[in-house]
Design a protein around this ligand. Sequence first.
Ligand SMILES: O=c1[nH]c(=O)c2ncn([C@@H]3O[C@H](COP(=O)(O)OP(=O)(O)OP(=O)(O)O)[C@@H](O)[C@H]3O)c2[nH]1
Ligand SMILES: [Mg+2]
Length: 194
Amino acid sequence: MNDIIIASNNKGKINDFKAIFPKANVIGISEIAPDFDVEETGMTFEENAILKAETASKQLNKIVIADDSGLSVKALNGEPGIYSARYAGEQKNDQDNIDKLLSNLQGIENREAEFVCAIAVSEPGKETLTYVGKAQGEIIDEQRGENGFGYDPIFFVPSLDRTMAELTVAEKSAISHRGNAIKLMNEDVGERFQ
Ligand SMILES: O=c1[nH]c(=O)c2ncn([C@@H]3O[C@H](COP(=O)(O)OP(=O)(O)OP(=O)(O)O)[C@@H](O)[C@H]3O)c2[nH]1
Ligand SMILES: [Mg+2]
């Protein structure tokens, strides 16, 4: 089985990638480089994905995929955006982030939101490539479902009449920002991972 190294310390993302690449051996970077940590100083999802992918690829001298992603809420001018993981503060968790978002949306009718995922592929001696995928939805006040991570329990997908957290990981990957970004990557350079 081919190995695919993902430069992410987020177990929820690694779980998504396992469903996206069911025939590959998906390896989260913490398994091979436990100290891997990159400061996300970029101003866009793409810049941060490139930072993570290039740092990991240089360190390991291997081809690596990184993912920088987040939730963009229309009525909040795109917040939390690139700050999604640390919306409620550096030491906060998914529940704190959900609580802060719902509090900021109190009394606001427009609940349109999108998840955005930038994938960067870095390979020694080659130019780094990026792909962006999106998924549209609505933020609901009630948390529904046990699957997924992050904001999934409050991200309602109208076409499926369920939240992201009510989807199986395979169902989520078929329609998610992460799944859509990887579809673009596969169309372009999928053979590099065969
Ligand atoms: O409900 C969600 N379903 C998703 O599918 C999803 N994808 C991203 N997010 C949110 O955006 C942050 C990413 O920030 P991020 O790209 O910096 O990743 P991270 O810091 O968690 O791990 P790493 O990959 O940087 O190591 C995450 O923590 C989440 O809050 C998601 N929430
Ligand atoms: Mg991060």
